[in-house]
Design a protein around this ligand. Structure first.
Ligand code: ADP
Ligand code: GLC
Length: 468
């Protein structure tokens, strides 16, 4: 089959969070199964663009409302990622340093989607499926179905994967003219709660809808930032497919970003060496249990509670634990996390910012990884932690519920029910108790590292879905 993935992110080209990891891996695993999966994404001003070779495959003009914009599409020449990647260059709109966060994101991603469809409508053949990821590509199912200029693509099935239903990309009806001409009777398909809602439009118009874990599919019927009833209504065409991880990128035995790569045979020595090096950099004591958090500092991740969680845990433990945070997001949370450094020097540190290499070093060097998420459609961090022998401490929600089993149930992680300072504090107490039992920790680490969360299974599940 030929599968075209449309996405705003794709690792290692551009990554803000897990979406980038998924789109950087799933197509590779689909290709390994004998299919032809390709990625089409915007050309941002990234290192990848500057450091690789490309050929131009398309030059044209797109139209956004009353404005024309030039489009150039490049293909990466070497197939080094394990799939063909096409970068859509739109001067003035897409060629910026960041992926999101601009006042004109609506215009940017609409122009991107229109440009892609203009291009695809000119292909001599049709792909077997167009797979859209999140709201940035959410108008594609509507436009292929109803816009006259994309009629050629109207028979191509579209699949929407919801990575995060909290973000929907809504905009006002004053921007309706941005969407290329379509049968106005169909305007209702764009609408949700009085606005044009790209995620809702995709849920309505896509042939199939998937969520990134089975539990999240159940949860969004009750908690989806206003889309609950729509998702319940469209349940019949929806399926939850648990994300995998890229076992080649996230392999502690070959990971060149680590201080010392380690496999299962030298697990204890490997973790010790990485922990020592990490603690050395962050002025922490490697003899003490190291707790960490890696992620976007936003409410969904429970990040606003982290300062209080760490303050009370560090105070209670009397200096017998260490904490290291890697993240960026809400400036207030960033400030409070930075402040804690002064209160607990030698026991607490934080790197506020984005640092891919450091994230690998922390998965390898830490003992415990906290994920007190309020919402977690899948979560990849806990799966990386498992592969690197780091015990996850997670709230029982979404994909965390589907991937982590509590030690009390013969599992390998520590689970708690609520995103609260009390619940997480209690989970940390349990972790400290566990840490005191070195033999048990060793056993759990060994077990976790052998769990298979690779994309092999999920890549096949998506293929099965396309073929129904
Ligand atoms: P989400 O997509 O909601 O942010 P996921 O758990 O699916 O959450 O994926 C997060 C990804 O982003 C992981 O690869 C994680 O290691 C990475 N990540 C998050 N924050 C940072 C950071 N500050 N520095 C480096 N990597 C980060
Ligand atoms: C989203 C979700 C996260 C998920 C990721 C990849 O960003 O917040 O839980 O793992 O997408 O699907």
């Amino acid at each position: 089959m030929e599968i075209i993935h449309l996405s705003a992110e794709c690792y290692p080209i551009a990554k803000v969070g897990g979406l980038g990891d998924v789109v950087g891996a799933l197509p590779k695993y689909q290709n390994k199964l004998g299919h032809v999966a390709k990625v089409v994404m915007p050309a941002y001003q990234t290192k990848f663009l500057r450091e690789n070779e490309f050929e131009v495959v398309y030059d044209g003009w797109g139209k956004l409302g009353f404005q024309n914009f030039p489009v150039r599409i490049f293909r990466e020449k070497t197939n080094k990622l394990g799939f063909d990647v096409f970068l859509v260059h739109i001067a003035g709109l897409m060629d910026r340093e960041n992926v999101y966060g601009y006042g004109d994101d609506t215009e940017r991603f609409l122009a991107f989607q229109i440009a892609v469809l203009d291009w695809m409508a000119q292909w001599e053949h049709k792909p077997d499926v167009i797979h859209c990821h999140d709201h940035h590509t959410g108008l594609v199912p509507f436009m292929t179905a109803y816009c006259s200029q994309f009629r050629k693509l109207s028979s191509v099935p579209t699949v929407l994967t919801i990575h995060n239903g909290q973000y929907q990309g809504q905009f006002g009806w004053d921007k309706l003219h941005y969407i290329p001409p379509f049968d106005l009777w169909k305007a209702g398909q764009l609408e949700w709660q009085g606005a044009i809602n790209p995620l809702a439009a995709a849920i309505k118009c896509a042939w199939r809808v998937t969520t990134v874990s089975p539990s999240y599919l159940e949860e969004i019927r009750y908690n989806a930032n206003g889309l609950e009833s729509l998702l319940s209504q469209e349940r019949g065409k929806s399926v939850g497919i648990l994300n995998g991880i890229d076992n080649e990128v996230w392999d502690p035995s070959t990971d060149t970003m680590l201080y010392k790569p380690y496999g299962i045979k030298i697990l204890e020595a490997g973790k010790k060496a990485n922990k020592e090096a990490l603690c050395n950099v962050f002025n922490l004591d490697p003899e003490k249990p190291l707790f960490t958090f890696i992620g976007r500092l936003v409410g969904e991740k429970g990040a606003d509670l982290l300062p209080d969680i760490f303050y009370s845990a560090l105070l209670q433990s009397n200096g017998e634990m260490n904490v290291l945070v890697l993240g960026s997001g809400d400036p207030q949370v960033e400030g409070r996390l930075n402040h804690l450094k002064e209160a607990f020097p030698g026991n607490y540190n934080a790197y506020i910012g984005y640092n891919e290499q450091l994230s690998h070093q922390i998965y390898a060097g830490a003992d415990f990884l906290l994920m007190p998420s309020r919402v977690e459609p899948c979560g990849l961090n806990q799966m990386y932690a498992l592969r690197y022998g780091t015990i996850p401490i997670v709230r029982r929600i979404g994909g965390l519920k589907d991937t982590v089993i509590d030690i009390g149930d013969n599992g390998f992680g520590i689970c708690h029910d609520q995103t609260s300072v009390w619940d997480v504090g209690h989970a940390i107490d349990r972790a400290l108790e566990l840490y005191a039992d070195a033999k048990k920790v060793k056993e759990i680490r060994k077990f976790m590292m052998q769990l298979d969360h690779s994309w092999d299974k999920a890549a096949q599940q998506y293929i099965n879905l396309y073929q129904i």
